[in-house]
Structures are given as C-alpha cells and as structure tokens.
Design a protein around this ligand. Structure first.
Ligand code: FAD
Ligand code: NAI
Length: 474
C-alpha cells in the first residue's frame, strides 16, 4: 500500500529540506526524499551545499586561513610561532566533522517538524486522479503519493569532454575538497567561484596554483572596479591566473598534462599533480523519470518554471539549482520557502534583485544589485561613492586593509542600486546593503545611520557619504 502525504519534496539540499520544513510548519503532512549517502552508506541530507559545497569549502577555507596567518600574519602582531606544521589529515577530518554536524542537524530538524524522511532516489511513476505517485528506490524503498510535489534535485559538476572526473587526478568540487596531500603543482580550469575559492585554499596550504580561464575578462559578473582589485590582489598572493586560454588535449597518468593556447594564440603545456575542473554545473534531472508525467525541461536542460517556480504540471513545483537563476544555496532556500507558502495559499515571494553574491576568497568579495557596467549598459544615470579599508580604523587594527566598499545610487532619487565590497568580512558586511535595498533605502539613509566605531561597517557608511562627496575619513 502506498503512503499518502500532502506534499512530497524530492531532494534534501537547501532548496528541498527548507521547503519540507516550511510546508510542515504550515500544517501539511510532508515527505522528503534524498539519495545522498555518507561514507557508511547512511543518509546525508543537505545536498551539495552541506556535503561537497558551501559547508566543507568554508571549513577548509577557515583552516587554511589559520595556517596562513600562523605562517605569515602572526609575527606582525608580535606573536612568534616556530615549527608551524600542517596536519592535513586532521584538517580534513575536522571538515568531515563539520559536514556530519550539519547532516545530523537536518535529520533532527525533520524529526522536530514531523517531516518523514526517505533515503533513496525519488522518481515520478504516474499521475492519476490529481495525485502524483513517486517511487523511492534505495534504503527506504517505497511508493508515496501526494497532491503537491516540489522538485529540488540540485546540480552536478560539468566535466570537460576530454577529461572525465576520476576524483584522483582530475577533480570536481568533491575531489578538490578531499586531496590527501598538498599538491606541489595544482591546475585549475575555470576562474569562476569554485576555481577561485578552491585555488585559494590549496595555495594557502602550499600548492603552486595555475588557473586557466577561457574568457578574456576576469570575474565578469562582478563590478569592474572590484574585479580589477581582486585580480591584482590574487596575483600578488601568487595565484597565476591566465585569461583567454583555449584548452586542448589533457592527458593523465602519473600526473596531468594540459595543452592550451594563451590569449595571444601561443601554445603551452602545463604539468600538474592534480587538476580541478570548475567550469560550471548542470541540473540534475536524470533519474527523475520526468517523461512519465510529461514534466517539461527548458532548452538548457533545467526544469522549466515560471517566476513562481510552477512547472508545466499542475501542483508540481521546482526550486534551487535545478531551475533557472543563480546557483546559490540561499536562492534555493528562499524559493523553497516561497513555494511552501504558495501551496498554503499565501503570497510567498523571492526578490531576485536583492540576492547577495559572495566569493569566499581572501579578501572576500560580495555584492548585491547592479554593477557599474550594468547601469551604464541600462542607460541609468547613477552616482558612485567608494571608501577603501585602508582608511578604516578597525581594518587597520585587524591588519587587513585590502579592498573597498563601493555604493551606486540613482542620480535623481538617490535610491541604492548596487553595493560592491572586496575586503575583510565582506560576506557579513553585505547584509546591511541587502536590508537597505530591500527597504529601497537611499545612500543618504545609510550615511545618516549611526554605525558602531570601530567597525568594518563604517566603511559602508563612508562609501554612502562618498556618493554625496562628503566622506569624513578619506
Ligand atoms: P543540492 O544542494 O544539489 O541538493 C539536491 C539534493 O537532491 C542532493 O542531495 C541530491 O543527492 C538529491 N537528489 C537529486 N536527485 C534526486 C532524486 N531523484 N531522488 C532523491 N534525491 C535526489 N552556494 C552558496 O550560496 N554559498 C556558498 O558558499 C556556496 N559554496 C559552494 C561551494 C561549492 C564547492 C559548490 C559545488 C557549490 C557551492 N554553492 C554555494 C552552491 C550551492 O551548493 C547550491 O546552490 C545549493 O546546494 C543548491 O541547493 P539545491 O537544494 O537546489 O540542490
Ligand atoms: P562558474 O560559472 O562560477 O565559473 C566557471 C568558469 O569556468 C567561468 O569563468 C567560465 O568562463 C569558465 N570556463 C567554462 N568553460 C571553460 C573551458 N572550457 N576552459 C576554461 N574555462 C572555462 O562555475 P563554478 O566555479 O564551477 O561554480 C558553479 C556554481 O556554483 C557557481 O556559479 C555558483 O553559483 C556556485 N558556487 C557558489 C559559491 C558561493 O556562493 N560562494 C561557491 C562555489 C560555487
């Protein structure tokens, strides 16, 4: 006999597990199906983000930063340390521990909210009488039915056609988070978010890192001023980033050799101990048996949805990486919550204009809203103000003065149109800008708000003052 629920969620990543919890809070009976397995074959909900994405990458980022500070930063503070040694096994073990805490936390939240969890692969079997039948294959093999289905199956790394992932020499994000000895030479293909974050981690741990990027422009999605500053700082740190390359033959044996032509068309051969390929991700739709019910995909293979995450099928919704829009955990979560609320007849909403972006390099890069180049292209008259961390007291005390805050505001109304930060704790600082933009604040609003002293956030206030050319400390 099949088990019946009000809502079935397929996928237990940030989009799926949050949707399941919100739907349960709203009084629905909810099942969440997720197939991710831990090392022992047990359930590991949380998806890419928890298992091989946001969480483990930030755990390693923190550890590698501590190592870097101990080696290069402490002396300036008058702390002398001798014999700093890397215990990579401990570092990776800690990272695995952090991941497990998050997996366990989600299982606990399911229990607390009375979400029924099924460990296995969910696929559409049929649709009849307004009910969808979902088969679960795996540890919790079963047949479930529900009127409402939320698909949140996420994404997987895209491989180069001539270099499939073996996770030993040619690594996706999964292998890049589990290298068991620091490679002498590390190659990275793709200077996007993963390439820069993972390249920075392994550089700090001692690898010589070369990043090969196809596009001629560095970090094209970021504001040009910020991208230029980042390029300069990363090069100074020793990341060798080559733009405008064309990748040729890749051979792997004892090590990996990559043939490529540079921006001038000259041929090169790079030999590395390991190669990370981070050239984007593809939506997970295989295995869903979408054909059984006629669930439509768009031309790029994502599940086709409208702005409310409705698919072409009645009462079937899709959220997160498997649909259009930025592949970010917080975007997936917001969509998951909004869909649960729409199912309950409420007005769930996601404001795509105020989704923040963060790149967790050192220094961090964060932004919300439009870039200067986008405003120019859109023909919007704007004013800009910037403030460098070099002139911020807290940044000086921290010993981390690289970067700046830049505020872009409408020339007529002064409404904030974008805020762009490169510098210490940019990931935390950006929240003020998101709140301001959500409330449609003007740059003068931020300039008039009292910010605690000495804090990094004073740089945001000063950048807002600079929009009106009345910065106080620069
Ligand atoms: P996923 O997290 O991919 O979850 C989908 C889940 O569904 C998985 O558990 C999968 O196994 C399961 N599944 C798939 N098909 C089925 C099926 N048929 N049946 C059952 N289960 C199924 N984003 C940020 O915002 N901040 C970051 O710092 C950040 N860092 C990242 C670092 C790396 C290295 C990577 C790779 C990504 C990072 N991201 C980050 C992106 C973020 O991980 C994704 O945007 C987010 O995980 C998407 O959530 P999701 O729920 O849509 O999908
Ligand atoms: P990405 O889209 O950020 O970057 C891929 C890069 O590879 C691009 O610059 C692209 O031009 C380049 N590229 C593509 N094909 C190439 C080729 N053949 N040769 C050389 N370069 C090539 O994708 P990435 O880094 O794989 O990450 C995927 C997604 O995961 C991101 O877009 C982001 O949404 C998410 N993510 C988010 C993080 C965060 O929020 N901090 C961290 C890591 C990932």
């Amino acid at each position: 006999m099949s088990k019946q629920f009000d809502v079935i969620v397929i996928g237990g990543g940030p989009g799926g597990y949050v949707a399941a919890i919100r739907a349960a809070q709203l009084g629905f009976s909810v099942a969440c199906i997720d197939e991710w397995k831990n090392e022992k074959g047990g359930p590991a909900p949380g998806g890419t983000c928890t298992n091989v994405g946001c969480i483990p990458s930030k755990a390693l980022l923190q550890s590698s930063e501590h190592f870097d500070h101990a080696n290069h930063g402490f002396a300036e503070h008058g702390i002398e340390v001798k014999g700093v040694k890397l215990n990579l096994a401990q570092m990776l073990g800690r990272k695995d521990g952090v991941v497990k805490q998050n997996n366990d936390g989600i299982l606990y939240l399911f229990k607390k909210n009375k979400v029924s969890f099924f460990h296995g692969r969910g696929s559409f079997a049929k649709a009849a009488d307004g009910l969808y039948e979902i088969e679960v294959a795996g540890a919790s093999a079963d047949t479930l039915t529900a009127k409402q289905v939320i698909v949140a199956t996420g994404s997987s790394p895209r491989a180069l056609s001539n270099a499939p992932f073996d996770e030993k020499l040619i690594l996706s994000n999964t292998g890049a988070l589990a290298i068991d000895a620091v490679p002498k030479k590390l190659g990275v293909i793709g200077a996007g978010v993963i390439g820069l974050e993972m390249g920075s981690v392994w550089r700090r741990l001692g690898a010589q890192v070369t990043v090969l990027e196809a596009l001629p422009t560095f970090l094209g999605a970021a504001d040009e001023t910020i991208a230029k500053e980042a390029h300069k700082l990363f090069a100074k740190q020793g990341l060798d980033i080559q733009m405008g390359v064309k990748i040729g033959e890749i051979k792997s044996g004892k090590d990996v050799s990559i043939e490529y032509t540079d921006a001038k068309g000259e041929s090169h051969k790079l030999s590395v101990d390991k190669l990370i390929v981070s050239i984007g991700r593809v939506p997970n739709t295989t295995g869903l048996n979408a054909e059984a019910v006629g669930l439509a995909l768009d031309e790029r293979g994502f599940i086709a949805v409208d702005e409310h995450c409705r698919t072409n099928l009645p009462n079937v919704w899709a959220v997160g990486d498997v649909v259009r829009g930025p592949m970010l955990a917080h975007k997936a979560e917001e969509e998951g919550v909004a869909v649960a609320e729409r199912i309950a007849g409420q007005h769930g909403h996601v404001n795509f204009a105020t989704i923040p972006w963060v790149i967790y390099t050192s220094p961090e890069i964060a932004w919300v809203g439009r870039t200067e180049q986008q405003l120019k292209a859109d023909g919007v008259a704007y004013k800009a103000g910037a403030f460098p961390f070099l002139a911020n007291g807290r940044a000086r005390a921290l010993g981390d003065t690289s970067g700046m805050v830049k505020v872009l505001a409408d020339a007529k109304t002064d409404e904030i149109l974008g805020v762009h930060i490169i510098g210490p704790m940019a990931s935390e600082l950006i929240s003020e800008a998101v709140v301001a933009m959500e409330f449609r604040a003007s740059s003068e609003d931020i300039a008039r708000i009292c910010h605690a002293h000495p804090t990094l956030s004073e740089a945001t206030k000063e950048a807002a003052l600079a929009v009106d050319k009345r910065s106080l400390n620069f």
